[in-house]
Ligand binder design. Structure first.
Ligand code: ADP
Ligand code: AMP
Length: 217
């Protein structure tokens, strides 16, 4: 089964994908996390991606498509996709890759958040470099300031979560990623729109309620 979560940066895709993956026993595939892990390991892909990520631009489609095709294959096609596809070209390639395996996307969830909420979400985000848990300095605080509840590691702020890069990432989203939802709608896919300006738990409840009504999950 393949579930896609769409939405602007900071909408809560990573937060909700972890919960959806746990609930339906799927592999959570975050293109951003895979890229960051490549950068940490110093791979060729990581080196090529760095300047795009640091300036808030998209990494070129071909690099991402290859990377995600490999990840989906490793997950045996049972995954929830977070941050991919982010362009119409990526969406078309994903459709082709799934069709070649007699698969298709089973559900597309679009997390809607107004731009005015996003800067606070992203600049307040703190992540655990060891286990990937994500917190927020106001809305999802760890029990002990700056320390991961799950593994005790010191939390970090992502370098691209500074106000200037956040503005670039939002611009990139509106220009290149927002049209992906239109592509899916034009091709007969139903999009589950979720108001993501509610609490994390309320958003999870709304997402799961909708997914539970689909026979595929
Ligand atoms: P994305 O993966 O879409 O970029 P994240 O899941 O990393 O977004 O969430 C961005 C930030 O906003 C994180 O700090 C997270 O803790 C916080 N957050 C996520 N969902 C909500 C919500 N519904 N209400 C308030 N804060 C949220
Ligand atoms: P994220 O963790 O989803 O916020 O992604 C962080 C950064 O990684 C983005 O700002 C892009 O530079 C890059 N990135 C992640 N996913 C993609 C994608 N599907 N296509 C192109 N670039 C991506």
């Amino acid at each position: 089964m393949v579930i896609v979560l769409l939405g602007p940066p900071g909408a809560g895709k990573g937060t909700q994908c972890k919960r959806v993956a746990d609930k339906y026993k799927l592999v959570h595939l975050s293109s951003g996390d895979i890229l960051r892990s490549n950068r940490k390991d110093g791979t060729e892909l990581g080196k090529k991606a760095a300047e795009y990520m640091d300036s808030g631009k998209l990494v070129p489609d071909q690099l991402i498509i290859e990377m995600m095709a490999g990840a989906i294959e490793s997950a045996k096609g049972n995954c929830v996709l977070d941050g991919f596809p982010r362009t119409v070209v990526q969406a078309k390639e994903l459709d082709k890759a799934l069709a070649a395996k007699n698969k298709k996307i089973d559900a597309i969830v679009n997390l809607a958040v107004d731009d005015s909420v996003i800067e606070n979400r992203m600049t307040g985000r703190r992540s655990c470099p060891a286990c990937g848990a994500v917190y927020h300095i106001e809305t999802l605080k760890p029990k002990k300031d700056g320390i991961c509840d799950k593994c005790g590691e010191k939390l970090v702020q992502r370098a691209d979560d500074n106000p200037e890069v956040v503005r670039n990432r939002l611009k990139t989203y509106h220009e290149q990623t927002a049209p992906v939802a239109g592509y899916y709608a034009d091709n007969g896919n139903k999009i589950i729109d979720i108001d993501s300006e509610r609490s994390v738990d309320e958003v999870t409840k709304a997402v799961i309620e909708k997914l539970d009504t689909l026979s595929a999950v």
